[in-house]
Each structure stands twice: as structure tokens, then as C-alpha cells.
Design a protein around this ligand. Structure first.
Ligand SMILES: [Mn+2]
Length: 429
């Protein structure tokens, strides 16, 4: 078995390269380090099931014969998986754009000074004509943009830019990328932020203070999303929207919010753009920024008045159900077949526990595998109510790193929310 591994405190280039390895090495599984950067964690809370990745506890490390190391060349950055340094029977392939400081000695390597490791892997993906999904293209693009500061850092190479173009041709979604990438402010951004803070214009929707500002900017400014987020925080607003005009025939709208009642991604989709519930953007063809601002105000008002989607509207039925007395061995094969890789344990229709593939793998000996699942299941489980909003499910999923959330009404299980349910709702596939 081959596994792909990358550095701890994982950024988007590392995650993109890990996922790319699962394309370039058929059968290989990407192993996610224990510690992820906050924006990567946030992204995976929703999208994890789209990729062939898992934690190191879900695989039998004894069975590993090949290691694909991406975006690092140093054992110490591999955390617990540095244990492979002691193994002499293992073949190591390395993909990295760091040339210095390495102590991993691979049997094969592709190591060149480009802006992002994913650029090197995309070279091979293109050569082999591998097919991938638009969401994978988006992830790969975030890897390039994050490591090259949107292609501005001097470490960026022409090949990084060509690779970004290739990804845009193949469905990478800039609205999703912008919603997850964070960036620092430069001088131009500070001017924009100052002019936004000078305005005291706010609106109230459903008791929430929302800023919707028309902001003339010089063309060429990117990553204005961080400016809008700062404006929202400093002013203590529930949500903020900037309508950026450059004197051309287009307006760029960027929004963000911290409250569940406002769905920024949904608002942006109605303007032809996209994003996720907390952040998003759209480009509208119009020379009249004030008219666009009025349109945004109307859409927000309309959205606040609409009956809201509840968990009950998007929940699904659990794929795998076991009784507390079912043997772990049996539950394990149930869990293997479930997309969410988790089984619910029910006693008389009442939820008594939850067990993931990772937790099943803690049972190793024959007697443990024969034992009832109740000895291994988790009983402290975050629950949803049918009337909760999907955003609450996303929040709990992000905080608890749980891919399945049971929905309980009057003490009885009525359904579950999985990552797939949330993906379908959020992107309206
Ligand atoms: Mn990198």
C-alpha cells in the first residue's frame, strides 16, 4: 500500500498536493496530518468526503510499502509519520518546491523551485491527461494562490501562472477560492478600508446591523474580501457587503457575515456569483453602482423574509445502523460501505452512540472484534434538531470534525446531516 503524506500545520498547497498524489498514484491514500491551518480545517469540514484522504489512525501503517512525500523534504515536519524514517524497506517518492533544509532521502524526486508544489504535480497530471472535478481544480488553484500570494510573491514562476490558467479553464471556482483564502492588507487595501470606515451608513435587517457600501476603487486591487471582513469586525456589524466600482462596466460585490440568519453565498448566487454561507462574491455587469447597491439591499431583505431552509428539509437517512450488541467486526464492514464512514448505534429507535471507521479500527484482537460495539462507540455526540438551520450543522461539523450529525426530535432519531447533504444545499448542485 502506498500513502501520501505532507507537512503538519497543513496549508492549501500541502492539501492540494496530497489530493493530487491520489490521482498520480492510483490506489494511494492521502494521510491528513493531525494539525491543519484554520482555513484548511474550515474548508475540509465541508469538502472532506470529496477527496481520498483520511487520518493516519484509519490505515494500518504496518502495511505501508511506499511513501509519497509532498510539499516538504523534512522528517520533522511529518509529525507522527516521521516513524517511517526508521523503516528501510520502504520506497519514498518526493514532490517539493523547497530546495533547502531537507533530510528525507527519496528513491525518486521531483524537486524544483516553483511557487507551489501543486504546480509540479499539475505538470504530470496534464501530461497524463488525468480527469478531475471542478472542486479539485478549485483546491489546486487555492494551493497555487496561497503559496504565491496570488502570483505576486517573487518566488512565483511563469509555470505557476500557466497552471492557474489551466485550472481556471477546468472549472476552478474563484468565488469559492476567495471565500477560503485569507490575505494580509497592503497599502491600497488600507486606503479602501479607511474610506469604508468613514461611512456611517448601515441598514437593519431582522434586527441585525448590516453595512452595504458603494466603494470606488482603483482597478487591479485583489483580495478585497479581507478588507470587507475587517470593516465588518471593526464596525461590529452582523454582515458587510462592499460594492466595488472601478469606472468600468462591471461591479464587484463582496460580502461576509458571522450570523446564521444571513446566507451570503445564497445572496451572491442570486447575483450570478457564489461562495459559502459566511462569505462570497459576485461580478455584475453594470455601470451604475448605486443601482447594484439597491439590488443587493432588496435581495438581503427578500432573503430575510423568506421561509428558511431547516435541517429537516435537507437531512437524509443514515446509511449504516447497528444495535449496541452488534459485534465490532460486523459494524466495521457496515462502516466500510457507507460514504460517511460512520455507523449510528440505535436501541429501540433511540440513539445510543456513533462509531466511525477510525474508532472501529481501535478493535484489533479477535476478542475485541467479537465484542459488542457499545464498548467502542462514542456516546457524547453533538445533536441537531429538525428546526435548526443548515449553517448550525456546518458550524458544529467544523468544530467537532464529525462528518455525520444525528437529527433528533422528542428523543428519537429522525435523520442525519452528512457532508454530502450540506454540499448539495450550499452549492445547489
Ligand atoms: Mn508549498
Amino acid at each position: 500500500m502506498q500513502i501520501a503524506v505532507t507537512h503538519t500545520n497543513t496549508d492549501f498547497d500541502a492539501l492540494a498536493s496530497l489530493v493530487a498524489a491520489t490521482y498520480l498514484y492510483p490506489g494511494a491514500i492521502g494521510i491528513l496530518p493531525g494539525q491543519l491551518r484554520p482555513n484548511v480545517k474550515h474548508f475540509l469540514a465541508l469538502h472532506r468526503d470529496l477527496f481520498r484522504i483520511c487520518s493516519d489512525r484509519e490505515v494500518d501503517l504496518e502495511k505501508v510499502t511506499g511513501l509519497i512525500v509532498v510539499d516538504t523534504n523534512n522528517w520533522s515536519r511529518l509529525d507522527r509519520l516521521a516513524l517511517f524514517q526508521q523503516r528501510t524497506d520502504i520506497s519514498i517518492e518526493l514532490w517539493d518546491h523547497h530546495l533547502k533544509g531537507g533530510n528525507i532521502e527519496p528513491s525518486w524526486k521531483c524537486q524544483e523551485q516553483v511557487g507551489a508544489t501543486i504546480t509540479l504535480m499539475l505538470r504530470e497530471i496534464r501530461k497524463r491527461d488525468c480527469a478531475f472535478l471542478p472542486m479539485h481544480a478549485t483546491l489546486f488553484l487555492m494551493g497555487i494562490y496561497e503559496d504565491t500570494g496570488n502570483l505576486v510573491y517573487s518566488s512565483s514562476k511563469a509555470e505557476d501562472a500557466y497552471a492557474a490558467g489551466f485550472l481556471l479553464e477546468n472549472g476552478a471556482d474563484l468565488d469559492v477560492a476567495a471565500a477560503y483564502l485569507s490575505s494580509s492588507l497592503d497599502g491600497g487595501h488600507t486606503d479602501v478600508l479607511t474610506s469604508m470606515l468613514d461611512s456611517s451608513l448601515t441598514h437593519t435587517f431582522g434586527g441585525y446591523k448590516v453595512g452595504v457600501l458603494l466603494v470606488p476603487v482603483e482597478s487591479g486591487l485583489t483580495m478585497l474580501s479581507s478588507v470587507v471582513a475587517k470593516y465588518k469586525d471593526i464596525k461590529g456589524l452582523a454582515a458587510a457587503f462592499g460594492i466595488f466600482t472601478t469606472g468600468s462596466d462591471r461591479c464587484m460585490i463582496i460580502g461576509c457575515t458571522g450570523v446564521q440568519e444571513i446566507d451570503v453565498g445564497g445572496i451572491m448566487r442570486r447575483l450570478g456569483g457564489g461562495g459559502h454561507p459566511g462569505a462570497g462574491s459576485a461580478i455584475v455587469r453594470s455601470e451604475d453602482g448605486e443601482a447594484v447597491r439597491q439590488q443587493v439591499l432588496e435581495i438581503i431583505a427578500d432573503q430575510m423574509n423568506r421561509p428558511r431552509t431547516r435541517v429537516r428539509d435537507i437531512m437524509s437517512q443514515p446509511e449504516a445502523i447497528a444495535a449496541p450488541t452488534t459485534a465490532v467486526r460486523e459494524v466495521r464492514s457496515l462502516v466500510e460501505g457507507a460514504r460517511s464512514r460512520t455507523a449510528l448505534v440505535l436501541a429501540d429507535g433511540k440513539l445510543s452512540g456513533l462509531i466511525s471507521r477510525e474508532e472501529c479500527s481501535k478493535a484489533k484482537t479477535a476478542s475485541q472484534l467479537q465484542a459488542p460495539v457499545k464498548a467502542f462507540m462514542r456516546t457524547k455526540i453533538p445533536l441537531l434538531r429538525p428546526d435548526d438551520v443548515p449553517r448550525e450543522a456546518l458550524r458544529i461539523m467544523t468544530e467537532t470534525d464529525s462528518g455525520v450529525l444525528p437529527v433528533v426530535e422528542d428523543g428519537r432519531l429522525v435523520g442525519v446531516i452528512t457532508r454530502a447533504d450540506l454540499l448539495l444545499h450550499i452549492y445547489e448542485f
